[in-house]
Design a protein. Structure first.
Length: 448
Protein backbone atom coordinates (compact mmCIF):
# COMPACT_ATOMS: atom_id res chain seq x y z
CA UNK A 1 0.00 0.00 0.00
CA UNK A 2 1.32 3.42 -0.81
CA UNK A 3 0.90 6.49 1.31
CA UNK A 4 -1.12 9.15 -0.47
CA UNK A 5 0.89 12.15 0.59
CA UNK A 6 4.20 10.67 -0.51
CA UNK A 7 5.62 8.24 -3.02
CA UNK A 8 4.62 4.71 -3.82
CA UNK A 9 5.44 2.00 -1.33
CA UNK A 10 6.00 4.17 1.71
CA UNK A 11 4.69 3.08 5.06
CA UNK A 12 1.61 4.32 6.84
CA UNK A 13 2.46 6.73 9.63
CA UNK A 14 0.33 7.93 12.50
CA UNK A 15 2.03 10.81 14.26
CA UNK A 16 0.41 12.43 17.25
CA UNK A 17 1.61 15.43 19.20
CA UNK A 18 3.01 13.19 21.93
CA UNK A 19 5.09 11.15 19.49
CA UNK A 20 6.88 14.29 18.39
CA UNK A 21 7.72 15.61 21.88
CA UNK A 22 11.14 13.96 21.83
CA UNK A 23 12.05 15.75 18.60
CA UNK A 24 10.87 19.07 20.00
CA UNK A 25 12.88 18.54 23.18
CA UNK A 26 15.95 17.59 21.15
CA UNK A 27 15.69 20.76 19.07
CA UNK A 28 15.40 22.79 22.26
CA UNK A 29 18.43 21.10 23.82
CA UNK A 30 20.52 21.72 20.70
CA UNK A 31 19.50 25.38 20.56
CA UNK A 32 20.24 25.84 24.25
CA UNK A 33 23.62 24.14 23.88
CA UNK A 34 24.54 26.37 20.96
CA UNK A 35 23.54 29.51 22.84
CA UNK A 36 25.36 28.36 25.99
CA UNK A 37 28.50 27.67 23.99
CA UNK A 38 28.21 31.05 22.31
CA UNK A 39 28.09 32.84 25.65
CA UNK A 40 30.75 30.63 27.23
CA UNK A 41 33.41 31.46 24.64
CA UNK A 42 32.90 35.20 24.91
CA UNK A 43 36.07 37.02 25.93
CA UNK A 44 34.32 39.67 28.02
CA UNK A 45 31.28 39.58 30.35
CA UNK A 46 27.89 40.12 28.74
CA UNK A 47 25.26 42.57 29.91
CA UNK A 48 22.35 40.50 28.73
CA UNK A 49 19.06 42.24 28.00
CA UNK A 50 15.92 40.66 29.37
CA UNK A 51 14.11 38.39 26.90
CA UNK A 52 10.74 39.57 25.59
CA UNK A 53 7.76 38.23 27.55
CA UNK A 54 5.87 35.14 26.39
CA UNK A 55 2.20 34.81 27.18
CA UNK A 56 1.17 31.67 29.08
CA UNK A 57 -2.17 30.17 28.08
CA UNK A 58 -2.69 26.62 29.32
CA UNK A 59 -4.28 23.96 27.13
CA UNK A 60 -4.84 20.52 28.64
CA UNK A 61 -5.28 17.28 26.69
CA UNK A 62 -4.75 13.57 27.21
CA UNK A 63 -2.13 11.93 24.97
CA UNK A 64 -1.49 8.19 25.22
CA UNK A 65 -3.32 8.16 28.54
CA UNK A 66 -1.26 10.99 30.07
CA UNK A 67 -2.54 14.51 30.70
CA UNK A 68 -0.30 17.08 29.01
CA UNK A 69 -0.38 20.80 29.79
CA UNK A 70 0.71 22.94 26.85
CA UNK A 71 1.27 26.56 27.90
CA UNK A 72 2.21 27.83 24.46
CA UNK A 73 -0.29 26.15 22.11
CA UNK A 74 -1.32 29.57 20.86
CA UNK A 75 2.06 29.85 19.09
CA UNK A 76 1.13 26.99 16.74
CA UNK A 77 -0.99 29.35 14.66
CA UNK A 78 1.98 30.79 12.78
CA UNK A 79 -0.14 33.26 10.82
CA UNK A 80 -1.87 34.82 13.84
CA UNK A 81 -0.85 38.47 14.45
CA UNK A 82 0.23 37.74 18.03
CA UNK A 83 2.42 34.86 16.85
CA UNK A 84 4.10 37.05 14.23
CA UNK A 85 4.68 39.75 16.86
CA UNK A 86 6.24 37.17 19.20
CA UNK A 87 8.55 35.88 16.44
CA UNK A 88 9.64 39.41 15.50
CA UNK A 89 10.40 40.22 19.13
CA UNK A 90 12.40 37.00 19.57
CA UNK A 91 14.39 37.66 16.39
CA UNK A 92 15.25 41.18 17.52
CA UNK A 93 16.29 39.87 20.93
CA UNK A 94 18.49 37.17 19.38
CA UNK A 95 20.15 39.67 17.06
CA UNK A 96 20.76 42.09 19.92
CA UNK A 97 22.34 39.30 21.94
CA UNK A 98 24.43 37.60 19.27
CA UNK A 99 24.61 39.97 16.31
CA UNK A 100 27.79 41.77 17.35
CA UNK A 101 29.67 38.78 18.73
CA UNK A 102 33.01 38.31 17.01
CA UNK A 103 32.70 34.53 17.47
CA UNK A 104 29.64 34.43 15.22
CA UNK A 105 31.55 34.04 11.95
CA UNK A 106 33.73 31.25 13.36
CA UNK A 107 30.64 29.35 14.46
CA UNK A 108 29.00 29.95 11.09
CA UNK A 109 32.02 28.48 9.31
CA UNK A 110 32.17 25.44 11.57
CA UNK A 111 28.46 24.73 11.28
CA UNK A 112 28.70 25.06 7.49
CA UNK A 113 31.44 22.42 7.49
CA UNK A 114 29.42 20.06 9.67
CA UNK A 115 26.26 20.49 7.60
CA UNK A 116 28.02 20.02 4.26
CA UNK A 117 27.23 16.33 3.87
CA UNK A 118 25.66 14.02 1.32
CA UNK A 119 21.94 13.29 1.70
CA UNK A 120 20.03 10.33 0.30
CA UNK A 121 16.34 9.50 0.35
CA UNK A 122 14.65 6.19 1.12
CA UNK A 123 14.66 3.94 -1.98
CA UNK A 124 11.46 2.74 -3.59
CA UNK A 125 11.55 -0.64 -5.33
CA UNK A 126 9.49 -1.03 -8.50
CA UNK A 127 9.98 -3.64 -11.20
CA UNK A 128 13.38 -4.66 -9.86
CA UNK A 129 14.59 -1.06 -9.94
CA UNK A 130 15.30 1.23 -6.98
CA UNK A 131 14.29 4.88 -7.22
CA UNK A 132 15.70 7.45 -4.81
CA UNK A 133 16.92 11.02 -4.49
CA UNK A 134 20.47 12.02 -3.62
CA UNK A 135 22.37 15.26 -3.11
CA UNK A 136 26.14 15.30 -2.80
CA UNK A 137 27.80 17.67 -0.35
CA UNK A 138 28.99 19.93 -3.17
CA UNK A 139 25.60 20.08 -4.89
CA UNK A 140 22.78 22.57 -4.36
CA UNK A 141 19.85 20.28 -5.17
CA UNK A 142 18.74 16.66 -4.90
CA UNK A 143 18.83 14.56 -8.08
CA UNK A 144 16.45 11.67 -8.80
CA UNK A 145 18.28 8.40 -9.53
CA UNK A 146 17.41 4.83 -10.47
CA UNK A 147 19.46 1.73 -9.66
CA UNK A 148 18.92 -1.49 -11.59
CA UNK A 149 19.04 -4.20 -8.94
CA UNK A 150 20.33 -3.95 -5.39
CA UNK A 151 23.98 -3.74 -6.49
CA UNK A 152 23.45 -2.03 -9.84
CA UNK A 153 24.84 1.25 -11.09
CA UNK A 154 23.14 4.51 -10.11
CA UNK A 155 21.77 6.37 -13.13
CA UNK A 156 20.47 9.94 -13.23
CA UNK A 157 16.82 10.33 -14.16
CA UNK A 158 16.04 13.96 -13.33
CA UNK A 159 18.73 16.56 -12.60
CA UNK A 160 17.19 19.93 -11.60
CA UNK A 161 20.45 21.92 -11.69
CA UNK A 162 20.08 22.99 -15.36
CA UNK A 163 16.47 24.12 -14.79
CA UNK A 164 17.38 27.48 -13.21
CA UNK A 165 20.57 29.60 -13.19
CA UNK A 166 20.18 30.40 -9.48
CA UNK A 167 19.43 26.76 -8.54
CA UNK A 168 16.01 27.60 -7.07
CA UNK A 169 14.02 24.98 -9.03
CA UNK A 170 13.91 21.56 -7.34
CA UNK A 171 12.32 18.21 -8.17
CA UNK A 172 10.85 15.42 -6.06
CA UNK A 173 9.39 11.96 -6.64
CA UNK A 174 5.64 11.71 -6.18
CA UNK A 175 4.95 8.14 -7.33
CA UNK A 176 6.43 5.26 -9.32
CA UNK A 177 4.31 2.68 -11.16
CA UNK A 178 4.63 -0.85 -9.79
CA UNK A 179 6.52 -2.04 -12.90
CA UNK A 180 9.06 0.78 -12.59
CA UNK A 181 8.35 2.13 -16.07
CA UNK A 182 6.49 5.35 -15.23
CA UNK A 183 7.29 7.97 -12.61
CA UNK A 184 5.41 11.07 -11.46
CA UNK A 185 7.56 13.90 -10.14
CA UNK A 186 7.10 17.47 -8.97
CA UNK A 187 8.86 20.65 -10.09
CA UNK A 188 9.00 23.35 -7.42
CA UNK A 189 10.23 26.94 -7.64
CA UNK A 190 11.83 28.24 -4.46
CA UNK A 191 9.96 27.22 -1.34
CA UNK A 192 6.48 27.43 -2.84
CA UNK A 193 3.75 25.01 -1.79
CA UNK A 194 2.59 24.92 -5.41
CA UNK A 195 4.28 22.53 -7.84
CA UNK A 196 4.00 21.39 -11.45
CA UNK A 197 3.47 17.63 -11.85
CA UNK A 198 5.18 15.82 -14.72
CA UNK A 199 5.23 12.19 -15.86
CA UNK A 200 8.48 10.52 -16.88
CA UNK A 201 8.91 7.49 -19.16
CA UNK A 202 11.70 5.63 -17.35
CA UNK A 203 12.68 3.38 -20.27
CA UNK A 204 12.64 6.16 -22.89
CA UNK A 205 14.17 8.66 -20.43
CA UNK A 206 11.79 11.45 -21.40
CA UNK A 207 8.73 13.32 -20.14
CA UNK A 208 5.28 12.38 -21.41
CA UNK A 209 2.90 15.03 -22.78
CA UNK A 210 0.70 14.73 -19.66
CA UNK A 211 1.41 17.46 -17.12
CA UNK A 212 -0.50 19.09 -14.26
CA UNK A 213 -0.21 22.89 -13.93
CA UNK A 214 1.16 24.75 -10.92
CA UNK A 215 -1.05 24.08 -7.88
CA UNK A 216 -1.02 22.44 -4.46
CA UNK A 217 -1.14 18.66 -4.85
CA UNK A 218 -1.35 16.22 -1.94
CA UNK A 219 -0.28 13.14 -3.87
CA UNK A 220 -0.40 11.27 -7.17
CA UNK A 221 -1.23 7.57 -7.51
CA UNK A 222 -0.45 5.79 -10.80
CA UNK A 223 -2.59 2.78 -11.74
CA UNK A 224 -0.56 -0.40 -12.35
CA UNK A 225 -1.48 -0.44 -16.05
CA UNK A 226 -0.57 3.28 -16.50
CA UNK A 227 -4.06 4.01 -17.83
CA UNK A 228 -4.74 6.78 -15.34
CA UNK A 229 -3.79 8.48 -12.09
CA UNK A 230 -5.62 9.52 -8.95
CA UNK A 231 -4.53 12.81 -7.42
CA UNK A 232 -5.55 15.30 -4.74
CA UNK A 233 -5.54 18.98 -5.62
CA UNK A 234 -6.23 21.88 -3.29
CA UNK A 235 -8.84 24.19 -4.83
CA UNK A 236 -10.23 27.42 -3.38
CA UNK A 237 -13.21 25.54 -1.96
CA UNK A 238 -10.96 22.91 -0.37
CA UNK A 239 -9.08 19.71 -1.30
CA UNK A 240 -10.59 17.49 -3.99
CA UNK A 241 -9.63 14.05 -5.36
CA UNK A 242 -9.66 13.64 -9.14
CA UNK A 243 -9.07 10.91 -11.70
CA UNK A 244 -7.03 11.66 -14.82
CA UNK A 245 -6.98 9.39 -17.87
CA UNK A 246 -3.48 9.45 -19.33
CA UNK A 247 -3.32 11.07 -22.75
CA UNK A 248 -6.43 13.22 -22.23
CA UNK A 249 -6.78 16.94 -21.37
CA UNK A 250 -6.83 17.75 -17.66
CA UNK A 251 -10.11 19.58 -18.24
CA UNK A 252 -11.74 16.16 -18.69
CA UNK A 253 -10.60 14.89 -15.28
CA UNK A 254 -13.38 13.57 -13.04
CA UNK A 255 -13.86 14.80 -9.48
CA UNK A 256 -14.26 11.74 -7.25
CA UNK A 257 -14.27 12.94 -3.67
CA UNK A 258 -14.13 15.98 -1.42
CA UNK A 259 -17.28 17.95 -2.16
CA UNK A 260 -18.53 19.65 0.99
CA UNK A 261 -15.17 19.67 2.78
CA UNK A 262 -13.66 23.11 3.30
CA UNK A 263 -10.07 24.38 3.08
CA UNK A 264 -9.46 23.56 6.75
CA UNK A 265 -9.49 19.83 5.89
CA UNK A 266 -6.69 17.69 4.46
CA UNK A 267 -7.73 14.93 2.05
CA UNK A 268 -5.51 12.23 0.61
CA UNK A 269 -6.12 9.24 -1.64
CA UNK A 270 -4.06 6.03 -1.52
CA UNK A 271 -4.18 3.16 -3.99
CA UNK A 272 -3.52 -0.43 -2.94
CA UNK A 273 -0.51 -2.30 -4.33
CA UNK A 274 -2.71 -4.35 -6.66
CA UNK A 275 -4.64 -1.28 -7.83
CA UNK A 276 -8.03 -2.67 -6.78
CA UNK A 277 -8.74 -0.54 -3.73
CA UNK A 278 -8.72 3.21 -3.17
CA UNK A 279 -8.83 4.82 0.28
CA UNK A 280 -9.76 8.42 0.98
CA UNK A 281 -8.56 9.90 4.26
CA UNK A 282 -10.04 13.14 5.61
CA UNK A 283 -8.02 14.83 8.34
CA UNK A 284 -9.49 17.64 10.41
CA UNK A 285 -6.24 19.60 10.35
CA UNK A 286 -2.61 18.46 10.49
CA UNK A 287 -2.74 17.66 14.23
CA UNK A 288 -6.46 17.03 14.52
CA UNK A 289 -8.17 14.68 16.92
CA UNK A 290 -10.43 13.26 14.20
CA UNK A 291 -10.08 11.71 10.77
CA UNK A 292 -12.38 9.86 8.38
CA UNK A 293 -11.77 6.85 6.12
CA UNK A 294 -13.77 6.27 2.91
CA UNK A 295 -13.42 3.42 0.41
CA UNK A 296 -13.93 2.83 -3.31
CA UNK A 297 -13.65 -0.43 -5.26
CA UNK A 298 -11.62 0.68 -8.30
CA UNK A 299 -12.50 -2.36 -10.41
CA UNK A 300 -16.23 -1.79 -9.86
CA UNK A 301 -15.80 2.01 -10.18
CA UNK A 302 -17.52 2.80 -6.91
CA UNK A 303 -19.61 3.64 -5.06
CA UNK A 304 -17.59 5.47 -2.41
CA UNK A 305 -18.64 4.23 1.03
CA UNK A 306 -17.65 5.33 4.55
CA UNK A 307 -15.53 3.01 6.67
CA UNK A 308 -15.57 5.44 9.59
CA UNK A 309 -16.69 9.07 9.66
CA UNK A 310 -18.56 9.46 12.95
CA UNK A 311 -15.96 8.84 15.68
CA UNK A 312 -13.90 11.57 17.32
CA UNK A 313 -10.63 9.68 16.96
CA UNK A 314 -7.75 9.39 14.52
CA UNK A 315 -7.66 6.65 11.90
CA UNK A 316 -5.15 5.83 9.18
CA UNK A 317 -5.53 2.93 6.78
CA UNK A 318 -3.56 0.76 4.39
CA UNK A 319 -4.09 -2.51 2.54
CA UNK A 320 -2.27 -5.79 3.08
CA UNK A 321 -3.28 -7.49 -0.15
CA UNK A 322 -7.07 -7.17 -0.16
CA UNK A 323 -7.33 -6.75 3.61
CA UNK A 324 -7.87 -3.27 5.03
CA UNK A 325 -5.93 -2.47 8.21
CA UNK A 326 -6.65 0.57 10.37
CA UNK A 327 -4.45 2.17 12.98
CA UNK A 328 -6.41 4.21 15.50
CA UNK A 329 -6.40 5.74 18.96
CA UNK A 330 -10.12 5.00 19.30
CA UNK A 331 -10.51 3.38 22.73
CA UNK A 332 -6.72 2.94 22.65
CA UNK A 333 -4.66 5.92 23.91
CA UNK A 334 -1.39 4.43 22.62
CA UNK A 335 -2.84 3.13 19.37
CA UNK A 336 -3.99 -0.26 18.08
CA UNK A 337 -4.53 -1.99 14.71
CA UNK A 338 -7.89 -3.23 13.47
CA UNK A 339 -8.79 -5.45 10.52
CA UNK A 340 -11.76 -4.53 8.32
CA UNK A 341 -13.41 -6.56 5.57
CA UNK A 342 -14.36 -3.97 2.93
CA UNK A 343 -17.19 -6.25 1.78
CA UNK A 344 -18.58 -6.24 5.34
CA UNK A 345 -17.41 -2.91 6.78
CA UNK A 346 -19.92 -2.75 9.64
CA UNK A 347 -18.21 -1.77 12.88
CA UNK A 348 -19.49 -4.88 14.62
CA UNK A 349 -17.39 -6.94 12.18
CA UNK A 350 -14.11 -5.13 12.86
CA UNK A 351 -11.43 -7.29 14.47
CA UNK A 352 -8.57 -6.12 16.65
CA UNK A 353 -5.31 -7.81 15.66
CA UNK A 354 -2.74 -5.73 17.59
CA UNK A 355 -4.00 -4.23 20.87
CA UNK A 356 -2.79 -1.06 22.53
CA UNK A 357 0.17 -1.33 24.88
CA UNK A 358 2.40 0.72 27.17
CA UNK A 359 4.47 2.14 24.29
CA UNK A 360 3.08 4.68 21.83
CA UNK A 361 2.37 3.21 18.39
CA UNK A 362 3.88 5.62 15.84
CA UNK A 363 3.07 3.79 12.59
CA UNK A 364 2.94 0.45 10.84
CA UNK A 365 3.79 -1.09 7.47
CA UNK A 366 2.54 -4.31 5.85
CA UNK A 367 5.65 -5.67 4.10
CA UNK A 368 6.59 -9.14 2.90
CA UNK A 369 3.48 -10.76 4.36
CA UNK A 370 4.17 -9.38 7.84
CA UNK A 371 3.30 -6.29 9.86
CA UNK A 372 6.09 -3.99 11.02
CA UNK A 373 4.92 -1.74 13.84
CA UNK A 374 7.00 1.24 14.96
CA UNK A 375 6.73 2.16 18.65
CA UNK A 376 8.15 5.02 20.68
CA UNK A 377 9.24 3.65 24.05
CA UNK A 378 11.14 5.82 26.55
CA UNK A 379 12.04 8.24 23.72
CA UNK A 380 13.50 5.32 21.76
CA UNK A 381 12.30 3.71 18.54
CA UNK A 382 11.39 0.03 18.52
CA UNK A 383 10.05 -1.95 15.55
CA UNK A 384 8.10 -5.12 16.34
CA UNK A 385 7.20 -7.72 13.71
CA UNK A 386 3.77 -9.39 13.74
CA UNK A 387 1.99 -12.02 11.69
CA UNK A 388 -1.20 -10.97 9.84
CA UNK A 389 -3.12 -12.51 12.75
CA UNK A 390 -1.30 -10.35 15.30
CA UNK A 391 1.24 -12.85 16.68
CA UNK A 392 4.48 -11.17 17.80
CA UNK A 393 7.28 -12.75 15.78
CA UNK A 394 10.24 -10.67 16.93
CA UNK A 395 11.89 -7.25 16.58
CA UNK A 396 14.30 -5.59 14.17
CA UNK A 397 17.70 -5.27 15.83
CA UNK A 398 19.42 -1.87 15.77
CA UNK A 399 23.05 -0.96 16.50
CA UNK A 400 22.12 1.22 19.48
CA UNK A 401 19.39 3.35 21.00
CA UNK A 402 18.18 5.71 18.30
CA UNK A 403 15.46 6.83 15.92
CA UNK A 404 13.93 4.78 13.10
CA UNK A 405 12.20 6.20 10.03
CA UNK A 406 10.30 3.62 8.02
CA UNK A 407 9.71 0.77 7.52
CA UNK A 408 8.75 0.89 3.81
CA UNK A 409 8.10 -1.79 1.22
CA UNK A 410 5.45 -3.94 -0.46
CA UNK A 411 3.15 -6.56 1.01
CA UNK A 412 3.95 -8.97 -1.83
CA UNK A 413 7.75 -8.55 -1.78
CA UNK A 414 10.24 -9.88 0.80
CA UNK A 415 12.32 -6.75 1.37
CA UNK A 416 11.91 -3.60 3.39
CA UNK A 417 13.89 -0.42 3.90
CA UNK A 418 14.30 1.71 6.98
CA UNK A 419 16.51 4.55 8.17
CA UNK A 420 18.30 4.57 11.52
CA UNK A 421 20.20 7.35 13.28
CA UNK A 422 21.39 8.23 16.77
CA UNK A 423 23.72 10.67 18.50
CA UNK A 424 26.63 8.41 17.54
CA UNK A 425 25.37 6.79 14.31
CA UNK A 426 24.77 9.04 11.27
CA UNK A 427 21.64 8.52 9.21
CA UNK A 428 21.93 5.08 7.61
CA UNK A 429 19.49 3.31 5.29
CA UNK A 430 19.20 -0.45 5.74
CA UNK A 431 17.70 -3.13 3.50
CA UNK A 432 15.85 -5.75 5.55
CA UNK A 433 15.41 -9.31 4.26
CA UNK A 434 11.99 -10.28 5.62
CA UNK A 435 12.49 -14.02 5.10
CA UNK A 436 15.95 -14.15 6.72
CA UNK A 437 15.33 -11.44 9.31
CA UNK A 438 18.61 -9.72 8.45
CA UNK A 439 19.53 -6.08 7.84
CA UNK A 440 22.29 -4.96 5.47
CA UNK A 441 23.53 -1.42 4.96
CA UNK A 442 22.20 0.18 1.78
CA UNK A 443 23.50 3.73 2.16
CA UNK A 444 25.24 5.71 4.91
CA UNK A 445 25.71 9.45 5.23
CA UNK A 446 29.39 10.39 5.44
CA UNK A 447 29.99 12.98 8.14
CA UNK A 448 33.05 15.21 8.78
Amino acid sequence: MRKASSIRGTHTTFYGRGAMLAQVRLAGVMAAALLTGFVAIAAEPLNLPKPPPSKVQEVKEVLHGVEIIDRYRWLEDQNAPETREWIDAQNKYTEALLGTRKEREALRERLSQLLKIDTIGMPIEAGGKYFFSKRLANQDLSIIYVRNGVKGKDEVLIDPHPLSPDKTVSVGMMDVASDGKLMAYSVRTGGEDEVVVKFFDVEARKDLPDSFPRARYFGVQIKPDHSGVFYTKFDKAGPRVYYHVMGTPMAEDVELFGKGYGPDKIISASLSENGRHLLFTVMYGSAAKKSEIWYMDVEKKGPIVPIVNDIDARFSGTFAGDQLLLQTNWEAPNGRILKVDVNQPARTDWKEIIPTGKAAMVGFSPVGGKLFVNYLEDVNSRVKIFSPQGQHLGDISFPSIGTVSGVSGWWSKPEAFYSFSSFLVPSTIYRYDVAQGESTEWARVKVP
